[in-house]
Write a protein that binds this ligand. Structure first.
Ligand code: G6P
Ligand code: FE2
Length: 189
């Protein structure tokens, strides 16, 4: 039997960087069609800001193994809508996930395949259990980077399809200086 080497690694709690991890950068241009306000999107696209970065330590897609990743989700808005991650179901839909808030302020939108949504506010120290079958998207509702850790089965995979096409049934916006979770006017059943 060949055993893998254990890993012990320090996350930089200020920047979210995991040394040696694979880095993924998502800019606004990678999120075409995701935000409601297309005029605001196109205006901001001139600068094409980085919306989030992911530092992932991933294993082969095998049952029983675990991946982990930090995400640095930058503050910002497209119109009234706060910056968010794309959001996904797992390709193996029954795979669960754990998130742990490290820095900044935000939350998670979760949604069943039938479109029932939940909002869980997150800050440093918040643990979120994402049950099997729930799509999940994180949102930065603050004015500094929102940084968190996620631990997920190595064979979970990402299924972006239906969220890309239909979005979430709720959106997270700023109105009169307040964070509000409201119905998505463009939500399609
Ligand atoms: O893949 P997104 O929905 O864009 O979210 C960005 C990333 O957030 C977390 O770090 C998850 O652990 C990753 O699996 C995911 O890729
Ligand atoms: Fe996930």
């Amino acid at each position: 039997m060949e055993y893998k080497k254990p890993i012990g690694i320090n996350i930089d709690l200020e920047t979210g960087v995991i040394p040696g991890a694979k880095k993924l950068v998502r800019r606004l241009s990678d999120l075409k069609g995701y935000f409601l306000d297309e005029d605001a999107y196109n205006e901001l696209l001139k600068d094409d800001p980085v919306v989030y970065e992911v530092y992932a330590v991933e294993q082969e897609e095998k049952e029983g193994d675990l991946n982990f990743a930090t995400t640095v989700l930058y503050p910002g808005k497209v119109g009234k809508e706060f910056f968010f991650t794309k959001g996904h179901f797992h390709s193996k839909a029954d795979r669960a996930e754990i998130y742990y808030g490290i820095k900044g302020k935000g939350g998670m939108l979760l949604q069943t395949p039938e479109g029932e949504a939940e909002w869980i506010p997150m800050g440093p120290g918040t643990v979120v259990y994402v049950p099997p079958y729930w799509a999940h998207r994180t949102v930065n509702t603050g004015d500094e980077p929102f940084i968190f850790l996620a631990v997920y089965p190595a064979d979970a995979g990402h299924d972006y399809g239906s969220i890309k096409d239909k979005g979430f049934s709720k959106i997270v916006i700023e109105e009169n200086g307040e964070v509000k979770v409201v119905d998505n006017p463009r939500w399609k059943e």
